[in-house]
Design a protein around this ligand. Structure first.
Ligand SMILES: Nc1ncnc2c1ncn2[C@@H]1O[C@H](COP(=O)(O)OP(=O)(O)O)[C@@H](O)[C@H]1O
Ligand SMILES: [Mg+2]
Length: 316
């Protein structure tokens, strides 16, 4: 059996927010009891509308936010084991940061504008104290070539603002991959790019995944993008995962009313696939829940196709 690159169980992240100075604090359940796993070398799409909790999931998994509940285990390539992200000491934290990388929506925001491309891409090697200065420069050139910034000498001494959006995202990808991670979390990496260069960045990421054996947790609001990039798709709604299945299975046989609504409203029609407009009703899911039991948060309806059983009537 394939090993998993990450296993997430019952993960929640709540924020306490005050709506006004005289009002009581309230709790926002940004991520609310989600579970999923990703086998090594496979990619999972996390899809849902804005505000459903995708970025908070990513930030929690990468320790940019502290989780409220649940367990997260990530593959450590040094020990060859899945290890908890809780209570890491300094060395373990360093190792964790090596094993899990993140690519953000806005590469410009994630880069220091005063650093050259060379320094930006090289930084992870410095943090982890890998190689001599000459070896580091060689590694930077090599990875710039890999992401299509050629010849690398033309980019080394430039600054982020001198590059186009697509080139900057290539730099961000180079920086994420220079440590040779097996797992990369991508948060809407192409949504700020011009449509014309989106596909080339997606193709680059697919090629790198294949060549380097990288798994992605690929976050997007766009089902068509998730379909292009991922083996399986998890649909998120209101902080919860409502349906997970292999990509074509999910698109052909969606069960959850929210997934059906999402498919019915795919914004950019994908010519390779016939868009269906579904009737949004609860008959199908209700009878499946009756058949499989409502005592579990998610039920497997066959073909590793999971649907959530919690009540969403009135929300969709
Ligand atoms: N730091 C925070 N403090 C309070 N609420 C937050 C914070 N970050 C996110 N949220 C809330 O959590 C919910 C999920 O947000 P987010 O994860 O950014 O969604 P998405 O990435 O799917 O658009 C939203 O209601 C958002 O307002
Ligand atoms: Mg987001």
């Amino acid at each position: 059996m394939k090993k998993n690159i990450i296993e997430v169980k019952n993960l929640s992240k709540y924020f306490e927010v005050s709506r006004g100075i005289f009002q009581k604090k309230s709790i926002v359940k940004a991520v609310d009891d989600i579970s999923f796993f990703i086998p090594q070398g496979e990619s999972l799409g996390l899809v849902g509308q804005s505000g459903c909790g995708k970025t908070t999931t990513a930030r929690t998994l990468t320790l940019l936010e502290e989780k409220t509940k649940g367990s997260v285990n990530v593959y450590n390539s040094k020990t060859n084991l899945l290890e908890s992200i809780d209570n890491l000491d300094e060395d373990q934290l360093k190792e964790f940061r090596r094993n899990i990388q993140m690519i953000f929506q806005d590469p410009y925001e994630a880069m220091n504008p005063r650093w050259t491309i060379k320094d930006t891409v090289k930084e992870p090697l410095l943090i982890h104290n890998l190689g001599s200065p000459e070896e580091q420069e060689e590694a930077v050139k090599e990875i710039l070539k890999t992401v299509g910034l050629t010849p690398p000498e033309n980019y080394l001494n430039r600054y982020p603002h001198e590059l186009s959006g697509g080139q900057r995202q290539r730099v961000a990808i180079a920086r994420a991959l220079i440590m040779k991670p097996k797992f990369v979390i991508c948060d809407e990496p192409t949504s700020m790019l011009d449509v014309s260069i989106r596909i080339s960045i997606m193709d680059l990421m697919l090629e790198l995944a294949r060549d380097l054996g990288v798994s992605y947790l690929y976050i997007t609001h766009d089902l068509a993008v998730a379909r292009y990039m991922c083996n399986r798709i998890a649909v998120m709604f209101n902080g919860k995962i409502v349906e997970i299945a292999e990509t074509e299975e999910l698109l052909k046989n969606p069960v959850h009313p929210y997934t059906k609504r999402l498919i019915s409203s795919i914004p950019v029609p994908d010519p390779t696939y016939e868009r269906k407009v579904y009737d949004i009703n609860f008959d199908e899911i209700d009878s499946l829940i009756e058949k499989h039991g409502s005592d579990k948060p998610m039920i497997d309806i066959g073909n590793e196709h999971y649907i959530a059983t919690h009540d969403v009537k009135g929300l969709i």
